[in-house]
Design a protein around this ligand. Structure first.
Ligand code: P6P
Length: 346
């Protein structure tokens, strides 16, 4: 990766748009609005230990999970920053059961925004990295009217931009508009995201796997065999792999993007669709990883091809270095072929 120029994320977005004649500059403006929200959320996340913002609001979110104050702060901040710029016809958030309409008198725009305001929030109190994830589409319903559920429930392959912010030892924004993946590190001294990772390419093969092994007994037999395979010694395929699991999707995938690796949150016998959400977690992350030369699937099909049925639906996810994701898909497929043969023979 060549040495990044002294460039802010807004300047970078504008330069990116110059390379695409069809661009209107509107994407630059809405991404600039997002960075404002990201800076404010970063400020709160980094001082959460100092003010009485930790602990529970006493409310539950749409999934019945205890909501941390920071979750709601991030959710409200993103809506406040994004709802009046005239860019969006509708929004959706992990923290809201239904789609979020643009309040009058604000202009209704041509884009759609989905976001997970603070992923990994269960880690807030123990100072583990957490993140914000966003996904942007063009509307499919007629212009000038409020957006609809159809605008929101689009296949991930139709995203026009996606990204995340990881609030860790530093705050880093990673985004793509489909032409490369770029990272910007927040300089808190003057509140600007500066280009720090230009045109990120994920290593094609890795030596790191990332999964919650506490669920081992509930996994698909093919996945069990794959994990055991990774733990065997074989220098020609750089095994055994190292295991790294933060328990915060944005942190685990950010590491995989930079170092290479495969992050997995599979279905299991207790959770037939896994845990992670398709629309505002897996689709945007899959968009980023594929734009960086990696692969993202549900074990059988590209995440970006999945046809969503509901806003908060979950999907199994295997995402990261292309070689490694293809390998786990092969283990799962081989096991199912063997199972089918056994069923036929029985
Ligand atoms: P588990 C965090 O709560 C989260 O939604 C993701 O960020 C993370 O990858 C996953 O859940 C961790 O889940 O079951 O391993 O604790």
């Amino acid at each position: 990766m060549n040495k990044p120029r002294f460039m802010t994320v807004v300047r970078h977005i504008i330069e990116e748009e110059k390379m695409h004649p069809e661009a209107t500059g509107e994407l630059s403006r809405l991404l600039a609005d997002f960075t404002l929200a990201a800076k404010v959320i970063s400020l709160e996340v980094n001082k959460a230990g100092l003010v009485d913002i930790l602990g529970f609001t006493g409310d539950n979110n749409v999934h019945g999970e205890k909501v941390k104050k920071l979750d709601m702060f991030a959710h409200d901040m993103l809506i406040k920053a994004m709802d009046h710029g005239g860019h969006f016809c509708v929004m959706a958030s992990e923290e809201e059961e239904d789609i979020i309409h643009i309040p009058s008198p604000y202009k209704v725009g041509k884009y759609v925004l989905l976001f997970d305001p603070l992923d990994g929030s269960s880690n807030i109190d123990v100072n583990i990295s957490i993140g914000t994830i966003f996904s942007i589409y063009k509307r499919v319903s007629p212009p000038g009217k409020p957006g609809t559920v159809q605008d929101v429930l689009q296949q991930g392959m139709h995203q026009i931009a996606a990204g995340y912010v990881v609030y860790g030892s530093s705050t880093i924004l990673v985004y793509s508009t489909g032409h490369g993946v770029h990272g910007f590190t927040l300089d808190p001294s003057f509140g600007e995201f500066l280009l720090s990772h230009q045109n990120i390419q994920i290593p094609k093969k890795s030596k790191i796997y990332s999964i919650n092994e506490g669920n081992y007994k509930y996994w698909h037999p093919g996945l069990k065999k794959y994990i055991k395979y990774l733990q065997e010694e074989d220098t020609t395929t750089e095994r055994p792999y190292s295991s790294r699991y933060v328990g915060s999707m944005v942190a685990d995938i950010h590491r995989s993007l930079l170092y290479g690796g495969i992050f997995m949150y599979p279905a299991d016998s207790r959770s037939p669709m896994g845990k992670l959400r398709l629309m505002y977690e897996c689709n945007p992350m899959a968009y980023i990883i594929e734009a960086a030369g990696g692969r993202a699937s549900n074990g059988k099909q590209r995440i970006l091809e999945l046809k969503p049925k509901s806003l908060h639906e979950r999907t199994p996810v295997f995402i990261g270095s292309e070689y490694d994701v293809k390998m786990v898909e092969e283990f799962i497929a081989r096991e199912e072929i063997e199972e089918n043969i056994l069923i036929k023979e029985s």
